[in-house]
Design a protein around this ligand. Structure first.
Ligand SMILES: [Zn+2]
Length: 385
């Protein structure tokens, strides 16, 4: 894996990250790295009730495709080699080519005047007219399965902060022995006190180093009557070259790979050295199974905000906001994200995560992301009253 400069993502990188996820099991149909770190304006529009965030690309109004597709339940595939994006829902298929304004709707060509672009942050974006010419005409009249009232960001009064792993489950272990459960707990505690100083109630799933089952964590989240859930994890990969920050939200569809992973989660967890990555993955799958929520649209907005703040606050490489299409076992009422704050398997990131000052910066970025998300609620509720 080549090292690349932070803040920029080439097609190659998008493809590489796709390949990486394919190899570790997250074969995301939505592998476009939508990290929300582009210059996003405050303008909002509505796509069937979804507060559409727009961005400016060379002076033109664009919007990121992935979150809208996700909201409208349009299947979205990215062919990195062909630089082609395919959208599918019911019997309508739309094909877009990066850097081209010509698109195909069920085989018929349509010119949307401005080209489809991949912004420098790796966000696939389409010009605003794509909404009227394609989404409104071909997709929006289709019934939405999600209740309309769940599409605005929520006012934040209480947050469940979940420190991943704990007790006999150390999570990932870095090369110099740094344990994920300790990093997660420290960041979770720092985040909790930052949120509390801003007047937000916090319920921690584990304030100490103890083992808590995933069912128990979900139970705490459900009973807390909270507005959102954030799970703090540190990443690990088999190769030491991978680094960066990523945020997962829950996507409703389960592909074959995640189905396999869901099946694998019933196998007993192996905590022997070298197995942590897989264990962590299994835990993640299970956690999302449990915490699947109707509020996916909010989760995406929350994830974008966190990502944006991480990029601004700690200058870490953003691997992006990713949907993980896990199965639905039980739901909670609240939006949730799982944050991977860095790779313990990467020597530099392990060193950084060892540093309390750095962990404080990470916690501040997470806190700012949550606060910004909450501000959008105020904006949105003012707009749509
Ligand atoms: Zn973990």
């Amino acid at each position: 894996m080549p090292m690349y400069r932070s803040g920029r993502k080439t097609f190659n990188q998008v493809f590489l990250s796709l390949t990486r996820y394919a190899t570790v099991g997250f074969s995301l149909a939505l592998a476009l790295a939508m990290n929300g770190c582009a210059t996003v304006s405050h303008r909002q529009d509505k796509v069937a009730g979804f507060p559409l965030q727009t961005l400016s690309v060379k002076g033109k109004v664009y919007f990121p495709l992935v979150d809208v597709c996700s909201y409208l339940k349009i299947e979205c595939d990215y062919d990195a080699l062909g630089r082609q994006i395919s959208l599918r829902k019911a019997d309508t298929e739309v094909k877009l080519l990066l850097d081209s304004s010509m698109i195909l709707v069920n085989g018929s060509a349509l010119d949307i005047e401005e080209p489809v672009v991949l912004t420098e942050n790796g966000v696939a974006a389409v010009p605003l007219q794509f909404k009227a010419r394609v989404l409104d005409r071909f997709y929006c009249q289709l019934p939405l399965n999600e209740p309309q009232e769940s599409v605005l960001p929520l006012r934040i009064r209480r947050v469940v902060v979940d420190a991943g792993h704990g007790g006999h489950d150390p999570g990932a272990i870095g090369r110099t022995g740094l344990r994920e459960k300790d990093v997660n707990l420290d960041i979770a505690k720092r985040l909790s006190s930052l949120l509390r100083t801003r007047g937000i109630d916090v319920v921690m799933t584990r304030p100490i180093d103890t083992f808590i089952s995933l069912e128990k964590r979900a139970d705490i989240a459900n009973r807390a009557n909270a507005d959102l859930f954030i799970s703090v994890h540190s990443n690990s990969a088999r190769t030491s070259g991978l680094n960066g920050f990523e945020v997962y939200y829950v996507s409703e569809k389960m592909n074959d790979v995640s189905r396999a992973l869901a099946a694998a989660k019933t196998a007993s967890l192996d905590f022997s050295p070298g197995s942590f990555y897989n264990s962590s993955l299994d835990l993640k799958v299970t956690l999302w199974d449990i915490l699947y929520t109707q509020n996916r649209a909010e989760s995406i907005v929350l994830a974008q905000n966190i990502c944006q703040e991480a990029n601004r606050g700690i200058g870490v490489k953003i691997l992006g906001v990713k949907g993980a299409r896990f199965s639905v076992l039980r739901g909670t009422r609240i939006p949730g994200v799982l944050v991977e704050v860095g790779f313990l398997s990467h020597p530099t990131e392990e060193r950084r995560l060892r540093n309390g000052f750095y962990r404080q910066q990470v916690a501040e970025a997470l806190c700012s992301g949550i606060i910004n998300y909450g501000r959008q609620y105020d904006l949105a509720s003012a707009t749509y009253k």
